[in-house]
Design a protein around this ligand. Sequence first.
Ligand SMILES: [Zn+2]
Length: 127
Amino acid sequence: MKFEEVLRKASDVAQSAINSANGVAQSAINKVNEKADEIERLENYKNIITSHEAEIESIYRSLGVKVLESGFFAEEAKKVETLKKEIKTCESEILAHYGLKKCEACEAEVSIDSNFCPNCGAKINLQ
Ligand SMILES: [Zn+2]
């Protein structure tokens, strides 16, 4: 065999190996892309579930408020009011720690030394 022929054969073998490697690489890339698409599809389902569950919870909350306001569940409504008062007390304690209190008119946080709310101008009651 002539030297040129040997070189051509070697070149053909190398090209064939490159083509084969490209095929394997492309196949791997396709598989990765398919997996990514599948993961994205499943993530979309999870997002739909999360969003719908949040909407259902919101409807339940809204219904719960309406049921409590209907007056048919006085004991539960009273308990909710008690819990709300306790939350307010806890919030006031936290604000007081930072030298603040809430304006009763607009709920803005104002300095505990303020006589008037800088946000709405309402008189701040000393407690
Ligand atoms: Zn205010």
